[in-house]
Write a protein that binds this ligand. Structure first.
Ligand code: FAD
Length: 322
């Protein structure tokens, strides 16, 4: 046995860590499992070397908003800790992690027991105890919370919590190809961001212009859902070339060879048919789900969903002991 806790959370993205933080604050023993090598989930950041310098790319979420007062309070704490800053280029209400988009998630994880590089493969329930198999390890807990993208939650929950699995399976997510390009000189594009609702590039941002970044000129380019589907199974090297050409055509800048070029395919980037109930907890089976797909397809939605699930777990605990 590799771990026993009160509540095991599968998925250490914004939703899972938001739930974990609220439950740990209420005195629960929590373990979070995440299959990723490090913090971020869809708020990931990647490093690369350009001209002997380390630079970063935010290849998932580009910025986030904080309209909910409780989330804004949390973001202000992150700002004071130096892991978030406003980014007016994306809007008056836009924030980014500093020095990378994953910095906020990283800061949250530092205060929790998060096991990175551990993929939950199977859930079993015997005598009111959950057993979570992860390949070479296994964990037990009284309660399990699943905070992974809808499609992955549906697979994980299919055998042991079919109702939650069906709910998650009702959501489908749009894919997104993200290209990371670095240049040895500034591109002749005045604005730091580009958006389009109709073209092949839905979003592009001068990553190097975000607060807390330094070094070479870097851009992150996101393909629209339609363009991403068109290129879905191509090798990433080809996709990067196609989308770089789309980007130069869209911005009108003369094409220039990058010093660094890479691409990442997000298969489940943005949930399309949102459920909107925030989160769901099955108090009989002691299992729940959270994630952006249950609230809104944003960082803020994921944080609120995690918090809603934590509140449902805590309320049920109070109800069952009174
Ligand atoms: C390309 C792109 C652009 C975006 N742009 C924006 C934006 O500009 N603004 C904004 O607000 N939002 C944006 N979003 C959306 C935002 O990133 C998400 O809404 C939010 O990060 C989702 O958080 P989450 O915790 O629900 O899911 P995730 O961040 O996906 O976290 C789920 C975690 O579960 C882990 N996991 C999955 N399966 C398992 C398993 N079996 N075992 C263990 N761990 C597992 C994953 O490794 C991951 O870390 C964007 C997303 C993408 C992909």
């Amino acid at each position: 046995m590799d771990g026993h806790c009160d509540i095991l959370i599968i998925g250490g993205g914004m939703a899972g860590l938001s739930a974990a933080a609220a439950l740990a604050a209420a005195g629960q023993r929590i373990i979070v499992l995440d299959k990723g090598r490090g913090p971020g989930g869809r708020m990931a950041a990647r490093r690369a070397e350009i001209g002997g310098e380390q630079v970063g790319f935010d290849h998932g979420a580009q910025y986030f908003t904080a309209h909910d007062p409780a989330f804004l309070d949390t973001v202000l704490v992150w700002e004071m800790a130096g892991v978030a800053a406003r980014w007016p280029a994306a809007g008056e209400d836009a924030w980014v992690g500093t020095p990378g988009m994953n910095s906020c998630v990283k800061a949250m994880a530092e205060t929790l027991d998060v096991r990175w590089g551990v993929r939950a493969e199977r859930l079993e329930r015997n005598s009111a105890v959950w057993r979570i198999a992860t390949g070479d390890q296994s964990f037990t807990a009284a309660t399990v919370l699943v905070a992974v993208p809808a499609e992955q939650a549906a697979v994980l929950l299919a055998e042991t919590a079919p109702e939650l699995a069906a709910l998650a399976a009702s959501v489908s997510s749009a894919p997104c190809w993200a290209v990371m390009a670095g240049f040895n000189a500034r591109l002749p594009i005045a604005a730091d961001t580009y958006r389009s609702d109709t073209g092949p590039v839905s979003w592009a941002a001068r990553n190097s212009a975000k607060p807390g970044r330094s070094g070479a000129e870097t851009w992150v380019i996101h393909a629209s859902p339609a363009r991403s589907r068109e290129l879905i199974d191509l090798p990433k090297e080809e996709v990067a070339q196609f989308l770089l050409a789309d980007f130069f055509a869209a911005t009108g800048a003369a094409a220039r060879a990058p010093q660094h070029l890479d691409a990442h395919r997000w298969l489940y980037a943005l949930p399309q048919a949102l459920i909107g109930e925030g989160a769901r907890f099955d108090a009989t089976l002691r299992i729940g789900i959270a994630g952006d797909y249950l609230h809104s397809a944003r960082v803020e939605g994921a944080w609120l969903s995690g918090r809603t699930l934590a509140q449902a777990v805590l309320q049920e605990r109070v109800a069952s002991t009174s």
